[in-house]
Ligand binder design. Sequence first.
Ligand code: ZN
Length: 92
Amino acid sequence: MSEKQIEVGQNLKNPIISVKHADLERIDPNEVYKSWCPVCNQGVLLVSRKLGSMHISRYEHCTMCGQQFFYTDDNIRGEPFEEQGKAIYTKN
Ligand SMILES: [Zn+2]
């Protein structure tokens, strides 16, 4: 077994990584949002929606390693992201 053991949340405090959602590998051919985490390849990246506005969020984190990501796409399947500046996390 060469697969590295991933601890839940181990990358939670790492700097945010910018990724293009369109380039990520979906977990299933029928899945339009959920992708494999490009860092640990074991967790899943979702696409969140803001309560209230229901706009999709540019910020997401891996369900396994906790790595935070910033989606750089203009939109996902034609749907625009939330307004800039409404993000929960600050980019550093
Ligand atoms: Zn991960």
